[in-house]
Write a protein that binds this ligand. Structure first.
Ligand SMILES: [Cu+2]
Length: 124
């Protein structure tokens, strides 16, 4: 079946190209390092929750908040991108009692694309 073979030989490289393209072209920001780390158990409350991204993020469109296990917001409401380091998103928290906390983040990279996510850590 020559036509089918032609379609296969033409389509496979095109498909591979389009699959590979986003990997090459995107500049979305993803967390590179987190403090506390994802799923970490820390002894004693952190005073600041920090996420370093793999690229610059837009201060106006980037948010971070921390919730307790009941979903109540517990951060100090001062989430911001660090002015000297536009890859660092941080928010202060009061002394947190033992428990599980969820960090929720949403950022816009310099390419205008939004990424978001959440993760938990435990204070023991
Ligand atoms: Cu992007």
């Amino acid at each position: 079946m020559p036509i089918l073979k032609l379609i296969k030989t033409a389509l496979v490289p095109i498909l591979l190209f389009w699959l590979a393209l986003p990997v090459v072209a995107h500049g979305h920001a993803f967390p590179a390092h987190l403090d506390p780390r994802v799923g970490a158990t820390v002894s004693g409350s952190p005073s600041v929750v920090r996420i370093w991204f793999d690229g610059d993020i837009e201060p106006i469109f980037s948010t971070i908040s921390v919730q307790d296990a009941s979903g109540k917001r517990v951060d100090k409401g001062n989430g911001h991108v660090d002015p000297p380091d536009s890859t660092l998103l941080e928010v202060s928290v009061p002394p947190l009692p033992p428990g599980t906390y969820r960090v929720i983040w949403s950022v816009v990279a310099r390419d205008g694309h939004r990424t978001m996510g959440d993760y938990t850590f435990v204070v023991k």
